[in-house]
Write a new protein. Structure first.
Length: 275
């Protein structure tokens, strides 16, 4: 049965039986046969053919895939216990969106590193959609995003509030904007529509780079207030431009150290929220 599950997982992720076969070093007919066997066992359809090569997973397949990720975690934890690797460092992967990574995560990490000196932390910076995908696919244990995305089986909690302002050369006609999928750009686009602005834009796919350009007197931008350097002019935008950061976590945490890390993260949010 494990063999069928592994083949299904590869087929689900590639959406292509031929590609799944190549990755597993087996034949394409073997993949098809195993998927048929699994469908008979579960009495449901798992994939619908969209083209000669591409397959679309059914709702039942998505449920099975999510459960298999949990099963995989259980298996890894079982091996950990059997091999008694308690003296080896626990790995904790944290994935965060751009603004949170640069201006909030270092403060949180100072607490985590101090409290968990034997944990091997791995930090990643992505856009909000990629952070969610990393947590969903169990490539990250915890995530922080700046967009209220629909997260499905991933647990999403309000974490910290953040204020957006216009900063830089306020008289400039040039706007430094993040890419369209960025959480900040969602608010920038809203401002352009609200003020009926047809902007002269320069797309910059990194908040820190935007700040450095602003420091050189190049344009203006809607950015987090915490990222505005001292002495740089900025303009407040009001309550409609206050947003929330969200904390994401795997829906199936079992390791006691990871559960303790989660508790410290939530306590940090409570303390900062009260400031």
């Amino acid at each position: 049965m494990f063999k069928l599950f592994l083949t299904f997982k590869e087929a689900y992720e590639t959406r292509n039986f031929t590609k799944a076969a190549e990755n597993l070093f087996i034949s394409q007919p073997a993949v098809s046969s195993q998927m048929k066997q699994l469908e008979e066992e579960l009495n449901c359809k798992l994939f619908i053919r969209k083209s000669k090569q591409e397959m679309s997973p059914t709702k039942e397949a998505t449920i099975l895939y999510t459960r298999l990720l949990n099963l995989e975690d259980d298996w890894l934890e079982t091996k950990r216990l059997i091999k008694q690797v308690g003296n080896n460092p626990v790995k904790c992967v944290i994935s965060a969106s751009n603004t949170f990574s640069i201006y909030y995560l270092p403060d949180l990490m100072s607490r985590l590193v101090e409290k968990f000196p034997h944990v091997y932390f791995e930090l990643e910076m992505h856009n909000s959609e990629e952070v969610l995908e990393n947590v969903l696919q169990h490539r990250a244990h915890f995530g922080f995003i700046e967009k209220p995305l629909e997260t499905g089986p991933v647990c999403r909690k309000e974490f910290l509030s953040d204020e957006l302002v216009i900063a830089g050369n306020l008289e400039s006609e040039l706007w430094l904007c993040r890419e369209d999928i960025s959480g900040v750009y969602h608010y920038t686009k809203r401002y352009f529509l609200q003020e009926n602005i047809q902007p002269k834009r320069l797309c910059v796919k990194n908040n820190e780079m935007i700040v450095r350009l602003l420091e050189k007197g190049i344009g203006k931008s809607i950015i987090s207030r915490v990222s505005v350097p001292k002495h740089m002019p900025y303009q407040e935008l009001g309550v409609n431009y206050k947003r929330l950061f969200y904390f994401l976590k795997k829906d199936y945490l079992t390791h006691p150290v990871l559960l303790e890390i989660e508790s410290v993260i939530e306590q940090y949010a409570k303390e900062k929220g009260g400031e």
